[in-house]
Design a binder for this molecule. Structure first.
Ligand code: PMP
Ligand code: GLU
Length: 405
């Protein structure tokens, strides 16, 4: 089978309809350029540049030595589910029992599971934009319909309770968003989440999928508030979290949900047919992370905040860039639309995809276009990198855009 067209037509329609993950696609391109010997600074994939703390690695080594080699229970080891339930109480003021917890292969897997379990073909999922690139594609895979609500730059990229209420129909099934947010770093305040909660309370057919994967990377004085802690809607909130960001454990692939028992059982049933329980070793490591000292997440968060200040300062200095001040996570999300319609004499920049590709080829700085995040005027820059690389990347960007007119 040689012709591309022929093989593509053999793929199932659902795969042909799916967008490639733009975060991972840009990372792949950056790796390819680096392999050719170019000095690429990759600020595309969102992943901590720290190593997993030692006591967590030690627990994984110990698990291997102790013989955790077999299949784990589909929903996760009982002691890990108990530790996660206790964590929900400790950090989020949410009362879950172990039976409400399902452990999966990353928060990405947890989110995809919940959407498969709750959304019927044709049902609507309200997504707050800018959103993480995989949300809309997960909805597509479930044959649901994404209803995207835009958070404006002026409102720190946040969607309001009023916007949500206007979007609700009889077909709305799930409302999903991340706080702290990827790609904007915005953090919904307790007041904003309570206002959203009031709307949800009125419409009993609607569930909230709250993605709290960046919970520990929060620079606000108010701190993190979980919408799932609001008693009136608790039964309809599924809270997703995981080890990847807070504990620098992206490669360990461990995420989890806290949800009503019937939803947790639905996820367990799905998982039992598709992936089984996640890695036994990662689960033992996660147990050590959750029950162990919590200094590392705090220290890493402080480092991200310092870099946020550094990068925001440098980006504000680039003519034409409009920059928000992220309150959490590790991304900057400047609006670069000032450069749309301009050219360096060879390449025309008409949108954020053109801009990012041009930047990669021109300045060897890998970023991700805002288009995949539902915000086509912006680009995402990961700040989870060394000061040296961040300073050099911003210098290169500034130098490159000076060529556009
Ligand atoms: N949600 C958001 C908002 C993310 O940025 C990510 C990034 N990986 C995930 C979920 C998935 O995390 P994991 O690596 O645990 O699958
Ligand atoms: N969440 C990260 C990002 O946004 C990891 C890559 C991915 O899974 O999309 O870059």
């Amino acid at each position: 089978m040689s012709a591309v067209v022929e093989t593509a037509s053999l793929l199932a329609d659902r795969i042909n309809a799916l967008e490639e993950s733009s975060t991972l696609a840009m990372t792949k391109k950056a790796r390819e350029l680096a392999a050719k010997g170019h000095k690429v600074i990759s600020l595309s994939v969102g992943e901590p540049d720290f190593k997993t703390p030692k006591h967590i690695c030690d627990a994984a080594k110990q698990a291997i030595d102790e013989g955790y080699h077999g299949y784990s229970p589909v929903a996760g080891y009982a002691d890990l589910r108990k530790a996660i339930a206790d964590k929900f109480k400790r950090d989020n003021n949410i009362d879950w029992k172990p039976e409400n917890i399902v452990v999966s292969t990353g928060a990405k897997h947890s989110l995809a599971n919940v959407i498969q379990v709750l959304v019927n073909p044709g049902e609507e999922v309200v997504i707050f934009a800018p959103y993480w690139v995989s949300y809309s594609e997960m909805v597509k895979l479930a044959e649901g319909k994404s209803i995207v609500l835009e958070g404006s730059f002026e409102n720190d990229f946040k969607v309001t309770a009023e916007q949500l209420e206007e979007a609700i129909t009889g077909r709305t099934r799930v409302v999903m968003f991340a706080s702290p947010n990827n790609p904007t770093g915005s953090v919904y305040t307790e007041a904003e989440l309570r206002a959203i909660g009031k709307v949800i309370e009125k419409y009993e057919h609607i569930f909230v999928l709250a993605d709290e994967i960046y919970e520990y990377i929060n620079f606000t004085s108010e701190g993190h508030f979980s919408i799932g802690s609001i008693p009136e809607i608790k039964e309809r909130v599924i809270t997703v979290n995981g080890m990847a960001k807070g504990y620098a454990m992206t490669g360990w692939r461990l995420g989890y949900i806290g949800a009503e028992k019937w939803i947790a059982e639905g996820v367990e049933k799905l998982q039992g047919q598709v992936t089984s329980g996640t890695s036994s070793i990662s689960q033992r490591a996660a147990l050590a992370a959750i029950n162990g000292p919590q200094d590392a997440p705090k220290e890493m968060s402080e480092a991200y905040q310092r870099r946020r200040d550094l990068v925001v300062g440098l980006l504000k200095d680039i003519p034409g860039f409009k920059v928000n001040v992220p309150q959490g996570a590790f991304y900057a999300f400047p609006d670069v639309s000032h450069y749309f319609g301009k050219t360096d004499g060879n390449t025309a920049i008409n949108n954020s995809d053109d801009f990012c590709l041009w930047l990669l080829n021109e300045a060897y700085v890998a970023t991700v276009a805002g288009s995949g995040f539902g915000a086509p005027d912006c680009i995402r820059i990961s700040t989870a990198a060394s000061d040296e690389n961040l300073i050099e990347a911003c210098r290169r960007i500034k130098e490159a855009v000076a060529k556009l007119c």
